[in-house]
Design a protein. Structure first.
Lengths: 584, 335
């Protein structure tokens, strides 16, 4: 392939002013991401308004900074406070927190930063190679293909989510319903607008994300009392020593590959890959420190995997226009606001922008590494600020941001309504992510389905003329059937799967009622991971642990579980679900 | 499409506006070109009912660029997207007619959309005074190059076995295509998209056979040879596509185009309107603005406010008549 646009892109990025925007992004992302409970999706939603008034390229650069800063901010709280901002960093807490208790928090954070950097970079490099190839299929994707892809995406998001599948499906159903508000794109009829002119175009995504992720999380945090205890400051050496790096090298390598592959999955591979990496490292157990007592390998592997997955989930977004998880959904609308429509056309019609998006991720990642190490101490101090001071400031930022979306108060009201809804959902154990994703994908699903029907003249069987759509629908069937088949197998051979199912399954259920964010206890990683607070639609479903893998062609292979802790690394490879970005 | 290069949101624009107020106040100077009575003495807000980055927004920003020079004050552009511009237009119509609140109007909002939406939603020119017309943006029907369609007759030959894309319900794109197909007796499946861009993609990918979109959207692909132009809908040929016939030349009475104009709430003092006419006229005459028109395939249509009101009202009546006469279903709750 031709790398000229990639290299030309770097020239632009490396201008001092752009470097500065990246720096601001990383700092802001870390500052918000370090707050307990606020994961990357919330961080980006809250900080989105910062990028409104900027030109597309600096604004993307800043977003990349916010993205990586937000992710790493979660790592900091996971290690120091055992309060991960997202489920993925809960795994980091398993070994990172014991290290911090031993006064080696700096070591954990340093290795975490290096591991994140490597994981992210590996993924971006592969993304650079793969994305244009996938985008080459762009024109093959018409309404029938998008219908199949969005359907698959919604289903995966709902079934891979944390906790109860029923609750996830309920959330997704609500999201689909909310997506129907506004003018029917085919008949012009108004639906559920209650006579409000503001609703004729439907609800907007950004205020919903701001409410459900940002405001709801703040409300929920206010209710929770931080259980006392002093906040440890990373006093030891943050820069990893040679010996530490030597011990971490292999886990980082394994984590990078694992994370990249699992990150392609709709539903969010970050947590799954972090868990899988942790499981592998634990089984290999080659280091001096036992797992659960602060083994640095248990920080390095999962942190790499988690970041590699977070980055590789950009592939379905940038090539097909389908957000694979909640964080990507927020990034999706952030790019839309800048007039950039992620999707198959992007690389062809606007290669400059496409490569700036990808290149700014390189930049964000590098700036994070260079910055994170010296600044960790500063960010930790944010945690000392009382939430009675911090929370109103963030709420204010959110409200101003919402207002600037369309310069009217209506969006602020939407944020408040969805903030309250999101708070209630969290309180009663509903993960808000399926709702948000189903909302994004819902109108794409409906419009493309109806368009397909118009194209087919109402004859659904004409879909057989679209091999890609048929393949995707086949995968959909597999996803629906797997749990049913598993149940059948389980009832016949309880010895084979039963033990494993309970491992993760039971852990996932505890999440729903958990008041204390991360009941991380050494040695029970599966339960701990699911018990952690999360605002991304990512967790290992019980399917994963049962060791069923689906190949890219939709063939199913049943494997016996590899280990009793449910960490066998096989994951379905359905690839990405896709959608056509809707815009006005 | 070209991309906006200036700041896209009001934060910075407002700051700049504030700055210029300061300057004017300190110096006690109003620009001579702006006319008497001290108008304009503060920034003039130009509200756009479409998203930043769209063609309507680009036009507003091109105008705003010349404001400081011509009117002596800045012109912050405020995007208030929603309901195809109805929200923004209504909002401006409700303001004081002091000359500091302008809006950039899309003709299809008045002429086409009003036939699809309910009465409360429909926007009329009654509450607005048009300052001046700006330009015309043509609609063009295009076909995938593989179809081999070159004329309306080619398309008509496949009648009944066709699908066609439009930019959505209540748009000029939909109206133009439906009227043409009706007159030419072409039958096919209408597939509405959210805007012109996805309709274009569908033509390129062969998901639909033809689509009607705006010339600016189609140009890059026409030049690349992936799509072929078939017919232009305005009453004269587009200077950038001299070879493409108009629907009228082909024998179909379908004069649909997107016109744009600047308006303010009804009842502004004549001096204010005169200052605006002169100031905006000055902007339109600049080389930069003319170049902008050219780059975006816009045809200048710089007629007086009265002419705009007359023309648009006429078009609205004409469309309504055609739609009724031919029993065309644009969808929606209107009529």
């Amino acid at each position: 392939m031709d790398f000229t646009p990639v290299i030309e892109g770097f020239e632009v990025l490396l201008q001092p002013e752009n470097l500065m925007f990246c720096l601001i992004g990383v700092v802001a992302g870390m500052a918000i991401g370090v707050l307990p409970g606020l994961g990357p999706a919330a961080t980006i939603a809250i900080l989105l308004p910062l990028t409104y008034s900027m030109d597309p390229i600096p604004s993307i650069i800043m977003l990349a900074g916010i993205f990586y800063g937000g992710i790493y901010g979660g790592t900091v709280t996971a290690v120091l406070l055992k309060l991960p901002g997202e489920t993925a960093s809960a795994i980091t807490a398993l070994e990172g927190y014991p290290l911090a208790q031993k006064g080696q928090g700096g070591k954990a954070l340093g290795v975490g930063a290096v591991a994140s950097f490597i994981g992210g970079t590996v993924s971006i490099v592969v993304l650079t190679m793969v994305a244009p190839v996938i985008a080459g299929f762009a024109l093959e994707f018409g309404p029938p293909e998008y219908t199949a892809l969005t359907l698959l995406g919604i289903l995966l998001v709902a079934t891979i989510g944390n906790g109860s599948k029923l609750k996830a499906l309920a959330g997704a159903a609500l999201g689909l319903l909310l997506a129907t508000v506004g003018r029917d794109a085919f008949t012009g009829e108004l639906r559920y607008t209650a006579g409000s002119l503001e609703l004729t175009d439907g609800l907007q995504f950004v205020p919903i994300a701001m409410g459900v992720f940002g405001l709801a999380e703040i409300l929920y945090n206010l209710e929770r009392r931080r259980n006392g205890g002093s906040i440890p400051v990373a006093t030891d050496r943050v820069l990893p020593t040679k010996a530490t790096m030597k011990e971490s090298a292999a886990p980082i390598g394994r984590g990078g590959v694992l994370g990249f592959l699992l990150g392609l999955l709709p539903g969010g591979g970050a947590t799954v890959s972090a868990m899988a990496s942790y499981g592998i490292e634990k089984r290999l157990n080659k280091g001096s420190t036992p797992f659960g007592k602060g083994a640095i390998r248990g920080v390095a592997g999962p942190e790499t995997a988690n970041n590699a997955a977070a980055t590789s989930s950009f592939i379905p977004l940038l090539t097909l226009g389908i957000p694979a998880n909640a964080t990507m959904a927020v990034m999706f609308s952030a790019l839309l606001i800048q007039g950039i429509t992620p999707g198959p056309q992007l690389v062809a019609t606007d290669p400059d922008l496409f490569w700036s998006v990808i290149n700014s991720m390189y930049l964000g990642n590098i700036v994070l590494l260079v910055l994170a190490i010296p600044l960790i101490g500063v960010f930790v101090r944010i945690l000392y600020v009382r939430s009675s001071i911090l929370s109103p400031i963030i709420v204010l930022i959110v409200c101003i941001g919402a207002y600037t979306i369309s310069n009217r108060i209506f969006e602020v009201m939407v944020v408040i309504v969805f903030g309250v809804l999101g708070y209630l959902m969290k309180k009663y154990g509903f993960d808000p992510a399926p709702l948000v994703l189903a909302f994004v994908l819902g109108s794409l699903l409906e419009d493309n389905f109806r368009r397909s029907l118009l194209m087919f003249d109402g004859d659904v069987t004409r879909v057989t003329g679209h091999p890609i759509a048929v393949t995707l629908l086949g995968l959909l069937l597999v996803v629906v059937l797997i749990p049913i088949l598993l149940k059948l197998v389980k009832s016949r051979r309880p010895d084979l799967i039963g033990e494993d199912e309970n491992g993760t399954g039971a852990g996932a259920e505890t999440e729903t009622g958990a008041k204390v964010p991360a009941s991380v206890t050494a040695g029970s990683e599966a339960g701990a991971a699911s018990g952690a607070e999360s605002d991304s639609a990512s967790d290992a479903g019980s399917d994963t642990a049962s060791g069923v893998a689906t190949g890219p062609n939709g063939d199913r292979r049943d494997h016996p579980p590899r280990s009793p802790d449910g960490s066998s690394a096989e994951r379905p490879e359905e690839g990405a679900a896709g959608s056509h970005p809707s815009q006005t | 499409m070209s991309r906006p290069s200036c700041s896209r949101r009001p934060l910075i624009a407002v700051a700049a506006g504030g700055l210029s107020v300061g300057l004017v106040a300190c110096g006690g100077v109003t620009d001579g070109t702006a006319g008497g009575d001290g108008y304009p003495a503060e920034p003039i807000t130009l509200t756009v009912g479409q998203d930043a980055g769209g063609s309507t927004d680009l036009i507003a920003r091109a105008l705003a660029e010349g404001s400081q020079e011509a009117l002596g004050v800045s012109m912050p552009v405020e995007n208030q997207p929603g309901a195809n511009g109805a929200i923004a237009t209504q909002e401006v119509a409700d303001q004081d007619p002091d000359g500091y609140e302008l809006t950039l109007l899309n003709s299809t909002l008045i002429t086409v959309t009003s036939q699809v939406v309910s009465e409360e939603e429909a926007v009329t020119l009654d509450e607005l005074d048009v300052i001046t017309g700006l330009s015309r943006d043509d609609y063009i029907m295009v076909a995938n190059a593989d179809t081999g369609y070159g004329t309306v007759d080619d398309v008509a030959a496949d009648s009944g076995d066709l699908s066609y894309g439009t930019a959505g319900v209540g748009t000029g794109s939909q109206l133009a295509q439906l009227l043409l197909f009706d007159e030419a007796g072409i039958e096919g499946n209408e597939v509405p998209f959210d805007s012109g861009a996805p309709a274009l993609t569908a033509v390129m990918g062969g998901q639909v056979d033809v689509a009607t979109i705006q010339v600016g959207e189609a140009m890059p692909q026409i030049e690349a040879g992936t799509i072929d132009p078939i017919v232009i809908f305005s009453d004269e040929r587009n200077q950038h596509l001299e070879d493409v016939p108009t629907a009228q030349e082909e024998g179909y009475e379908v004069p649909v185009a997107q016109y744009r104009a600047v308006a303010l709430p009804e009842g502004a003092p004549e001096e204010v309107k005169q200052s605006l006419r002169e100031g905006i006229g000055e902007i339109l005459a600049t080389e930069e603005y003319q170049q902008f028109n050219d780059e975006n395939y816009l045809t200048p249509e710089e007629v007086s406010g009265e002419e705009v009101e007359e023309q648009w009202t006429e078009l609205a009546d004409q469309y309504e008549q055609s739609v009724q006469d031919n029993g065309i279903d644009l969808g929606g709750t209107g009529e």
